[in-house]
Design a protein around this ligand. Structure first.
Ligand code: SF4
Length: 352
């Protein structure tokens, strides 16, 4: 373990001042950061512990109907907030699909947004990794890369973003509130994460010292509550990151899709929102042919970055399945531990 300073600020302003120093990083629950430190993958010189900052642990219903979620709200607390889960069921479903019960009880909303990739070579300090050590190369390119990106990847890095939560947040136009030395700003969640290009070590648009203070969901996102799902394909039923995941939301009138929202996880370095695919659905009948057309459009730019061509048809099938289940209607009660997205609640397989 490397030596580091530990700072516990009493206010957001103090936290920003402390974290603006070179080598500083924020610590909330530490469910990802502490593992990285123990493995010598990251070596911060200063930890700025924000876990006890006031005002960041609230879920607020704003006067305009938006919902504002403080950055320190625990993943479990948000998923089990009955009003939130009713209004944003696909987001609750995504939260409950992530990690394990113990981790969800500790992990925070802000930390979920900033968790690092699960590329094994990033965690192995004996491997070349441009994200960990810029310019060193990328051992994943010629290595075990069946779980790596098929969209938005570059020659420098083919890693994926591991978050479930971010996928429906991107689909439903969530906004991230950020505070830094220059004051407060907000950006669409869809614009928070960066594609790797030639600088995979730069993962978000956050500047040094900037802190995520809240995530906001627009009131309009509630319109999808009756037709929304988050589906996740993973290598085991629990405590595994997505091979591919999909969030879908629809508004439907007399069998015609009025609005559509889609996003994919496990396919790129950021949650992937295929706007063109959404547009193809609007004004058309909610049926399998149109879901398939949208799925083809969503993956039109996809290409394997290694031994992962299977992700492309898998992602298409998952989109079709997510749209189909969303159109059927959001279940009153989400399964506590979702099984295969291609099985019925009874476990019987049936067609999308
Ligand atoms: Fe590192 Fe990205 Fe290559 Fe993985 S894919 S080894 S994170 S550069």
């Amino acid at each position: 373990m490397n030596r580091f300073d530990y700072v516990k600020p009493a206010s957001i302003a103090e936290a920003i001042a402390a974290a603006s120093q070179p080598g500083a990083t924020y610590l909330a629950a530490g469910t990802n950061l502490l593992d990285l430190m123990k493995g010598n993958v990251v070596r911060p010189e200063r930890l700025v512990d924000i876990s006890r900052l006031p005002e960041l642990s609230r879920i607020e219903r704003l006067a305009n109907g938006d919902v504002r979620i403080g950055a320190l709200v625990r993943n479990s607390d948000l998923a089990y907030d009955a009003v939130f889960a009713k209004d944003f069921p696909a987001i609750a479903e995504a939260l409950l699909s992530g990690a394990s019960a113990q981790l969800r009880n500790a992990a925070t909303v802000g930390g979920n947004l900033l968790q690092r990739t699960r590329c094994a070579y990033f965690y192995d300090t004996a491997s070349a990794c441009n994200k960990r050590t810029p310019g060193s190369g990328c051992d994943a390119r010629q290595g075990e890369n069946s779980q790596h990106a098929v969209l938005g990847w570059s020659e420098a890095c083919i890693a994926t973003n591991p978050s479930d939560f971010c996928v429906p947040l991107a689909a439903f136009d969530a906004v991230v509130e950020i505070e830094g030395k220059g004051g407060r700003r907000e950006i669409a969640l869809e614009a928070l994460h960066l594609l790797p290009s030639t600088t995979p070590d730069k993962e978000t648009v956050l500047e040094p010292g900037e802190i995520i203070v809240a995530v906001r969901l627009p009131a309009a996102a509630r319109a999808f509550a009756h037709h929304a799902r988050y589906l996740k394909v993973r290598e085991r039923t629990s405590y595994a990151f997505a091979v591919v995941s999909a969030a879908a939301g629809l508004t439907i009138e007399n069998g015609t899709i009025k609005e559509a929202r889609l996003a994919l996880g496990g396919v790129a370095a950021k949650p992937w929102r295929p706007h063109a695919a959404e547009a193809l659905l609007v004004g058309h009948t909610a049926n399998a042919d149109n879901y398939q057309r949208a799925a083809e459009a969503a993956l039109a730019e996809a290409k394997p970055s290694g031994n992962n061509a299977h992700k492309i048809p898998l992602a298409k099938n998952l989109i079709v399945r997510a749209l189909h289940l969303a159109a059927l209607g959001t279940p009153d009660r989400m399964p506590a531990l979702p099984a295969s997205p291609f099985s019925s609640p009874t476990g019987a397989l049936h067609d999308a």
